[in-house]
Design a binder for this molecule. Structure first.
Ligand SMILES: Cc1cc2nc3c(=O)[nH]c(=O)nc-3n(C[C@H](O)[C@H](O)[C@H](O)COP(=O)(O)O)c2cc1C
Ligand SMILES: Nc1ncnc2c1ncn2[C@@H]1O[C@H](COP(=O)(O)OP(=O)(O)O)[C@@H](O)[C@H]1O
Length: 322
């Protein structure tokens, strides 16, 4: 896959082969997004064309909503993670379009003329609710008008699971409420957070549960405080563990601004400070509690580990490599 970062300031590259293009924001690259890309892939194979995916960054909210900026925006897949998930769908080309004020204010016709036609697009696929151009005025209904017969289109209808619409909003809501198992079924893979292991309060080792703390500077949506069964990708392998997300009320009276994400890795004893890891969340085990003593916490942690081991046994497949 070749990736191109496009913006209004830069000339759109030329010289592409005929291309079928899947269009969308694709936060999470969930099952519905996968359907949009797979539909494009099938058409590309039929027409013997290249397969492209076009996505946008940052999220329009960052540009259009006064209360949101890139620091407090939360993604299911921040851009580098989204790029990797999209790559797994096997496109030849990925176009990441800079979503800024200028991009947001262009007329729908300009988007088609400036971003789609120069890329040799012969067909596009998008979800039924995809919109483009100023105030989202361009829709899949208006696209045939703006494309003026220069390319065809396939609209992918609502993808549902047990009657429920699969959407990035739904996935985010499941993450927010800690229902990571449900998020997993809509994503088609476990929800995961990547980051660097950083130092914590160095208490873990003293209570028999060292925990790898994931750096806090990220834009991932964080599951609600509690204990989760997880797999963590460390140094080329996936290892089972139990994660705690929260403020450690057993040891702190005041909650800091951001919760800590930490993972106790089973049957493991290595120094991994500074390592890049990915944590996949499988099931919610319990909410975070303030215990009366470290001993009570330790007893509960032992039960958590048993529960996490049992829960992970139901997921024998390790995730695709990080
Ligand atoms: C499986 C697990 C469950 C935990 N549950 C709680 C909890 O309910 N309440 C709490 O205050 N801390 C909880 N913690 C966090 C511990 O307090 C924390 O790991 C310990 O204080 C070590 O922190 P450190 O890594 O910063 O040294 C949990 C940690 C793990 C690994
Ligand atoms: N089983 C394990 N699970 C997680 N981290 C471990 C484990 N064994 C050793 N470590 C190492 O110990 C560190 C955590 O120890 P801990 O006492 O909790 O310190 P800190 O508070 O700095 O995280 C991890 O970052 C990792 O480098």
């Amino acid at each position: 896959m070749q990736t191109f970062y496009l913006s209004h300031q830069n000339e759109i590259p030329a010289g592409f082969p005929d291309m079928v293009l899947a269009l969308g924001y694709f936060d999470g690259v969930h099952i519905g997004h996968q359907e949009v890309i797979r539909t494009a892939a099938a058409i590309a194979a039929e027409k013997n064309c290249a397969l492209g995916v076009m996505t946008f960054h940052p999220h329009p909210k960052v540009v259009l909503s006064p209360d949101t900026d890139e620091n407090n925006m939360r993604y299911i897949t921040p851009l580098p993670h989204k790029e990797d998930c999209l790559e797994r769908e096997g496109p030849d080309y990925l176009f990441v379009v800079q979503f800024d004020k200028q991009f947001a204010s262009q007329e729908p016709q300009e988007f088609v003329d400036h971003y789609l036609l120069p890329l040799q697009v012969v067909h596009v696929t998008a979800g039924f609710d995809y919109s483009y151009g100023r105030l989202g005025r361009g829709t899949m209904e208006t696209l045939p008008f703006h494309s003026r017969g220069r390319f065809g289109q396939t609209v992918v209808g609502e993808v549902t699971q047990n009657g429920e619409k699969i959407s990035s909003t739904a996935v985010k809501e499941y993450i927010r409420t800690g229902d990571v198992a449900k998020a997993c079924s809509l994503l088609g893979r476990p929800y995961s957070i990547r980051g660097v292991v950083e130092g914590g309060e160095q208490r873990g080792r003293t209570i028999g549960f060292p925990t790898a703390n994931i750096e806090k500077h990220h834009t991932y949506a964080v599951p609600q405080p509690g204990v989760y069964s997880v797999r963590i990708y460390v140094g080329g392998r996936w290892l089972d563990g139990a994660a705690s997300i929260g403020f450690k009320p057993t040891f702190h009276d005041e909650a800091p601004e951001d919760p800590v994400i930490e993972v106790y890795i089973f049957d493991f004893n290595e120094d991994i400070y500074g390592w890049n890891v990915e944590v996949c969340f499988y099931t919610f085990i319990r909410g975070e509690e303030a215990f009366n003593s470290a001993e009570e916490l330790i007893e509960e942690m032992n039960r958590d580990v048993e529960k996490a081991r049992d829960a992970l046994a139901a997921y024998p497949d390790v995730p695709g490599s990080s």
